[in-house]
Every structure is written in C-alpha cells, then in structure tokens.
Design a protein around this ligand. Structure first.
Ligand SMILES: [Fe+2]
Length: 383
C-alpha cells in the first residue's frame, strides 16, 4: 500500500525497516558508529579504587576498564599482544570445575594472561614476558595492550574503540556532545553516587529504544502512572513539551515517584525551574539521561543484535542524602522500573511488527520530530 507523499506532508518516513532487522546493517553500525564515536560505558564509582577492573562487551568487542595504581581510569582491548588470548573472562563466564587457569587481575599491580603469563600494568604497558630478554630481539615497550580511548564527564566513563582516529579527526567527547553539557551544567552529576543498577534485556533494536525515548506521543497510552504525575506528557501527544525549560509535574509534585513528592532535598545548585521540573537528554549513540531534582536515571544501551539490546539503568542520588539515616530510594526506583518495563514491552511490539514483510518504513507524526534526529545521525555515519 503506497502512501501519497503530497497528501501526507506532515508525516516523515523513518529509516527503512531493514535498519531495524538486518544483521548486515547491524554490523555496519558496529564499525561505523560504536567503533568510531564515544559511547557511555558506566560510572566512575563502579571502579572506585586502584586495581578495580571491569570487563565489558561492546557489540562483541571485549574491553577491560581499570583504575590504575595512580588512580586514573584506562581502558584496553581484552586481548594479549602475544598470541591474542583473551586476558580476563567476561562477567558470568565460568570455567569447567576441573580446569584451572592462572592469570587474572593482580590487584593494582596489573593483569596476567593465563596462556604464557605475560603481565601487563593496568595502564597497558607490558611488564613481564617470562623467559624473554629485553634487547635480544624483543622490545617490551612495543607490546602494550591495544588502547581504548577514555574520557570522563559528570562521573560517567566514555570509551572510544578507535582512539587513534578520534585523535586524528579531533573528535573529542565535547565535540560529539553538542549542547547537552551546557543544558545540564547545574546538575552535580560528578558528585552523584550509583545506588542501584537494573539490567534489562530488551527484545528490540537499539534505535527503537532511542526513538521511543525521544517522543512522548506514546506516554498517554503506555504510561498511565507517569501521566498521573506528569499530565503534560499526554497533552497534545506531548507536542508542546519544553524540554529545555524542563517538564512541569502536576500541582505539588516535583519528581518521578509514585506521588511525585520526595523527602530528598533537591540537588544543590539547581535553578528554580530545575527544582520542580524534569529534564531529559539523549546523548548519541547510547546514553539516555533523565534528570529529576533529587535523582537521575541514567540508561546505557548495549546493542546485542539487530533485534536485541541490553539496557542498564543506573539510579544516581546525592551523597548528602544517601548518608541520612532515613534515606530510601525505592519510591523513585520502583516507579521507574514500571515505566521502563512498559517502554520495553512496547519497543518489543515495534520490533515484532517491523520484522513483518509488509513493513518497509515507519512514520513519524509531527509531535515525534525529535525522533527524526536518529535518522540523520545513523545515515551520516553509515554513508
Ligand atoms: Fe515511554
């Protein structure tokens, strides 16, 4: 069934449906988006001390993120420079009970490969290769781990899988962020601490999740509890929302909880609007930030396949509140968990329908303007 463009000038085509269901396009997105752009990989407070190490998997690339002896955060590919062995197992990977491998993390002193016991410092330098002699046809300095770029902002860790190209093209985190840093500058993001992380397995393409985050046309239908606290979300399909100023709650409400109220103090430094309104930012390719006056929900997307995405949701609170004896976070976290699961269910439905042979494009209605952004972002990167 064709749609006459002249009759439907207010409706914009989405990316072709293959962008949401083809593994070939997913592979291109890995190479041209996630291996090129800075993406968010977690919070600094998840590796607070020297010797703390995380192993992450980004579209199949295993990466070690570590806090060095000197307290810096560094990241490397999880690949030994000698024979390519993976240095550390990924979370949840277990050995058969009767097999032991040496190697692993040596606290702040480094990482040892299980294969021939080459040892690397957490900054990536090769420290020791057993039975080899420096200068006898071997220069250790040239066998550092393959680096991954690291930049920090607001307590978040951002990685770049092709750091030499980012340097060559002067593509810094700041240059890829746009105006978002400025818009959230009063929120004390770097001071906040992660109180809880929820991990969701979402049966949808990562772009469907971003597009859903970018529009509130669906809120009235999908999020009745949220619309009770934030009636503006269902007015005119969300067409009149002023995200820069912040979204107002119902009378007397100031945050995203069941009642819209909180006994947590607003973050220090917020302006009068920010103390009572809600802000949101989408930082391509994989960070969605929802900013209330008293907590932040930070979503990171980890695309797994064309139709599958892991979403981690970190709930951040101010340390002054966390240390109070009556501190509780469940009013916000349980509320969010419901809203999140509502979103993931509807994203799954979009994925299911998009996989039908009759579906060639979706359409954005006028109040979904912000979702057009992703079309531009993805096409620019894949050309
Ligand atoms: Fe939603």
């Amino acid at each position: 069934m064709t749609v006459n463009a002249e009759n439907n000038a207010g409706m914009q085509k989405s990316l072709p449906s293959d962008f949401y269901r083809s593994s070939a396009i997913f592979a291109q997105e890995k190479e041209k988006i996630f291996c090129r752009d800075w993406f968010c990989a977690g919070r600094e407070d998840q590796i607070p001390a020297p010797g703390n190490v995380q192993v992450l998997n980004i579209l199949g690339e295993s990466v070690i993120v570590a806090r060095t002896k000197e307290g810096e955060i560094r990241a490397h590919y999880n690949v030994c420079r000698h024979r390519g062995s993976r240095l550390l197992p990924e979370p949840g990977e277990e050995l058969p009970a009767d097999i032991k491998l040496l190697g692993g993390v040596l606290g702040a002193n480094g990482i040892r490969c299980p294969y021939h016991l080459w040892t690397y410092a957490l900054d990536g330098k090769l420290l020791n290769a057993p039975y080899t002699k420096e200068g006898e046809g071997f220069c250790k300095a040239e066998f550092s781990l393959y680096p991954v770029g690291v930049e920090l902002w607001g307590g978040f860790i951002f990685l770049n899988l092709t750091p030499e190209v980012a340097v060559r093209d002067a593509r810094t985190l700041k240059s890829s962020f746009g105006e978002a840093m400025e818009r959230v500058k009063r929120y004390p993001l770097a001071d906040l601490r992660t109180v809880k992380r929820i991990v969701y397995e979402v049966q949808a393409n990562w772009k469907i999740i971003l597009e859903n985050y970018n529009e509130c046309y669906h809120c009235g239908a999908v999020h009745p509890e949220l619309c009770d606290v934030v009636p503006a979300f269902q007015q005119q399909g969300g067409a009149a929302l002023e995200w820069e100023k912040g979204i107002p709650h119902k009378e007397g409400a100031v945050t995203f909880t069941w009642t819209g109220k909180t006994n947590r103090a607003p973050f220090p430094g917020l302006d009068e609007n920010e103390k009572v309104r809600h802000k949101g930012e989408l930082i391509y390719p994989n960070l969605m930030l929802s900013l209330a006056c008293d907590h932040v929900a930070a979503f990171m997307l980890w695309p797994k396949a064309s139709n599958r995405t892991t979403v981690t949701c970190d709930f951040l609170f101010h340390p002054d509140e966390i240390k109070k004896s009556d501190f509780a976070s469940s009013d916000a976290i349980e509320f969010w968990d419901l809203v999140n699961r509502q979103d993931w269910e509807i994203c799954k439905r979009v994925q299911q329908g998009t996989e039908s042979r009759v579906h060639q494009f979706g359409y954005y209605a006028p109040m979904e303007d912000a979702s057009l952004d992703i079309r531009r972002y993805v096409l620019e990167h894949l050309k």
